[in-house]
Design a protein around this ligand. Structure first.
Ligand code: SAH
Length: 400
């Protein structure tokens, strides 16, 4: 197995549970031409420190699988981890919620691997190609545990880019089962949703916002709601279920808007969509919000749940600016409540909240923060980089 050496400082960090080594942190010369997918770290006294997945072609080249003592990495090892992951989600598994995250990567002992369940379909999403040699075994293990009918493979952008032209792995590959349709229907808190598990964003649905959607349902009654970056209508369906007076969705993607419409019709077959109190607006959120302000169109509650604004550390400053501009634009058309979320992992919670608060003040409004929310139970986060989701609700009042 490949042996890697790292600084004492990083050794201490890893002993405390930090799961990553980047290529620039490796101190020793490595043998060339080896295609192993596992490596070992020894400490400065040449004692075994950790064993993990090895991906020499990636920046993030080592991900800790096992710490402290050497272990056989086999089905038993993974089954044990799967069982503990399952235990954490026990309270979620009921007939009202059949779509949730089963494995949240590093935080559940499967670094660089996510497993989402949608009814009897499982979606494995890989962020590290070092999982490929283990994929057949894992797919079978997962399938058996849940008696699933279908297992789908999804690949992160960095893996798609690095695939060999003749690779057997592709984004959307069906690992088990015969694909009838890539659309899977599942339930969340008793509401019905369709997710395209083969082509949809993430693994088909933004499962991480479940608890925030519940809050929006609680706040929706008789309110006019603007759902910006609505994707497949997660927040919209909850808003209608909560009895909102009217709803406007904004997204730049027609596929997202069509999917949202399907999800609304699925849940509320007696209502008509579009209707006088339901509208979709396709286009850039910043431009549409500015137009709404010019036209003096106001909403009781505004939801801002944008895509990640930074793909790397360098883009952090520009991401914070975008959060500020967005919060300002949202607050300008919001009369009672503003909900703002960030899924950018390079932006810290306090930096995000500061940007949003500044945005609200710049819109000429005072606010009272109602609550800050983060990761749901099925998205545990055990190290700082894993805390990507930040969100907060604000009660707004006009300045005199
Ligand atoms: N709130 C959603 C998830 C949002 S994902 C949910 O709960 O499911 C981000 C969405 O923003 C995507 O649907 C994408 O099409 C849309 N989007 C990205 N850039 C945009 C822009 N500039 N203006 C409007 N929509 C945008």
């Amino acid at each position: 197995m490949i042996k890697i050496k790292i600084s004492k400082m990083l050794q201490r960090k890893i002993l405390k549970g930090y799961p990553w080594v980047f290529s620039y942190q490796i101190k020793n010369q490595l043998p060339e031409g080896k295609s192993e997918n596992m490596a070992v770290i020894y400490d400065h006294n040449n004692r075994f420190l950790a064993m993990g997945l090895w991906d020499p072609n990636a920046n993030l080249c080592f991900r800790v699988l096992s710490l402290g003592k050497p272990r056989d990495i086999n089905s038993q090892f993974f089954l044990k981890r799967l069982k503990s992951a399952n235990l954490i989600r026990e309270s979620l598994q009921n007939e009202l919620t059949t779509g949730y995250r089963v494995i949240n990567g590093e935080n559940d002992g499967f670094p660089g691997l996510v497993l989402d369940r949608y009814e009897d379909t499982l979606v494995i999403k890989l962020y590290a190609s070092s999982w490929f040699p283990l994929l057949a075994e894992l797919s079978e293990l997962f399938r058996k545990e849940f008696s699933s009918k279908q297992v789908v493979l999804r690949l992160a952008q960095n893996i798609i880019k690095s695939l060999e032209p003749n690779s057997v792995y592709q984004d959307g590959l069906i690992l088990f089962g015969k694909e009838k349709s890539s659309w899977i229907e599942f339930k969340e808190n008793g509401l019905r949703f369709l997710a395209d598990v083969v082509k949809g964003q993430k693994t088909g649905f933004f499962l991480d916002q479940r608890n925030n959607r519940l809050k929006i349902r609680e706040m929706a009654k008789k309110r006019s709601i603007l759902n910006v970056f609505s994707y497949s209508g997660g927040f919209s369906v909850y808003a209608v279920a909560g009895g909102c007076r009217s709803l406007v969705e904004v997204d730049s993607n027609s596929f997202a808007l069509e999917t949202s419409l399907r999800n609304l019709k699925l849940n509320f077959p007696d209502k008509s969509f579009p209707a006088s109190n339901f509208k979709q607006e396709k286009g850039d959120a910043f431009q549409i919000l500015a137009k709404m302000k010019r036209e003096k169109r106001y909403f009781d509650l505004v939801v801002l749940d944008p895509p990640a604004f930074a793909r790397n550390k360098k883009q952090k400053k520009q991401a914070l600016k975008a959060y500020f501009r967005l919060a300002k634009a949202g607050a300008e058309v919001a009369s009672e409540i503003l909900y703002a979320a960030s899924c950018t992992r390079y932006v810290q919670a306090n930096e995000f909240y500061d940007a949003v608060c500044l945005g609200i003040r710049s819109a000429g409004k005072k606010y009272e923060r109602i609550v800050e929310t983060g990761h749901a139970r099925d998205h545990p986060a055990k190290f700082p980089e894993a805390f990507y989701l930040k969100s907060a609700y604000f009660n707004l009042v006009q300045h005199k």
